[in-house]
Design a protein around this ligand. Structure first.
Ligand code: A3P
Length: 306
């Protein structure tokens, strides 16, 4: 069966078979018909690919580098996780938030920075008819799986075996699976003018270059001093201790009750190559083979050198 976060039954949605709670079916109509604005920027990613990092970057670029405003509210309020309350486990939502994320998005002033993990065919139809922009972020599949394993432990107290989790991830049984098809759908349209395709690895390798590229995509320009300050603000150490980006307020209860330990946090290690270290050589080879097959062999290009 599907490896669940929480206790709700899950189902597959759309042509790519995106795994989400079955109750998401009730919201698919609202989501597809959601009113997109021309000046929206959507940060679309599979989970654990650098979403939070990218949201903070995009939020600041869209808001004239207003660090004061960025400090005032947690990122999930400034840049809502579009579909979240329509699929997330009810027990987690009850603990975390009292808003409907879809409705919250409608109340935000323009320009909005909206986060979504939905596969391309499930996103609002107007995303493709309005002038809205999409900043997509992908991360190497082995590393994504490792990060997601820690996320499952943090959020649902997953206590299973690490190898079993990787097996489930590979088989497309974890939430938002299958990863490869999620990325492929955006890789195919990466050269369209309203799409920017970034990778976690590029951000790690040369954040100033990614910030510059993203700023240009959004029609903004930065001075050297502005760039330096933004890159410092986006450093993992800063984001870890910044209450407006570290999501710590969502874990207060779990921490108090000792359900998560002191060293577990939403922003974790932030390094490249964890998959190679955490997976068995056999599992790593299976992931790599699939990545080559889905990208290099099928479409003649790949976001990573595998
Ligand atoms: P790890 O679990 O590998 O540490 P998302 O925001 O999509 O859930 O992605 C979470 C991943 O991005 C985690 O990876 C997290 O540590 C990492 N991350 C968050 N902020 C970061 C930053 N400022 N720099 C580098 N990595 C960051």
């Amino acid at each position: 069966g599907l490896l669940k976060l929480g206790n709700e039954p899950q189902a597959r949605f759309g042509p790519t078979g995106c795994v989400l709670a079955a109750r998401f079916a009730d919201s698919l109509g609202d989501i597809r018909a959601f009113e997109v604005r021309d000046d929206d920027v959507w940060v679309v990613t599979p989970p654990k690919c650098g979403t939070t990092w990218t949201q903070e970057m995009v939020y600041l670029l869209l808001n004239d580098l207003n660090y004061e405003e960025a400090k005032k509210a947690p990122l999930y309020k400034r840049s809502p996780f579009f579909e979240y309350t329509r699929f997330a486990p009810k027990e987690i939502i009850e603990e975390e938030m009292d808003i409907d994320t879809l409705e919250h998005a409608t109340t935000l002033p323009s320009p909005r920075c909206i986060k979504s993990h939905l596969h391309k065919p499930l996103l609002p139809e107007q995303l493709w008819t309005k002038k809205a922009k999409v900043v997509y972020v992908a991360r190497e599949p082995k590393d994504t799986a490792v990060s997601f394993y820690h996320h499952y432990k943090l959020l649902s107290g997953y206590t299973g075996d690490k190898d079993f989790f990787f097996e489930c991830f590979y088989e497309g049984l974890v939430e938002h699976s299958p990863l490869w098809e999620h990325v492929l759908e955006f890789w195919k349209i990466k050269d369209q003018p309203n799409i920017l395709f970034n990778t976690y690895e590029e951000m790690k390798e040369d954040l100033p270059a990614v910030v510059q590229r993203t700023a240009k995509f959004l029609g903004k320009s930065l001075t050297e001093a502005q760039l330096t300050r933004l890159v410092e603000h986006l450093d993992i150490k800063q984001m870890k201790r910044n209450p407006a980006t570290n999501y710590e307020d969502l874990f207060t209860k779990a921490r108090e009750e000792g359900r998560i330990s002191d060293d577990q946090a939403f922003i974790r290690k932030g390094v490249v190559g964890e998959g190679r270290r955490e997976m068995s050589p056999e599992m790593a080879a299976r992931f790599d083979e699939r990545t080559r097959r889905v990208f290099n062999e099928a479409v003649g290009g790949c976001p990573w050198q595998i």
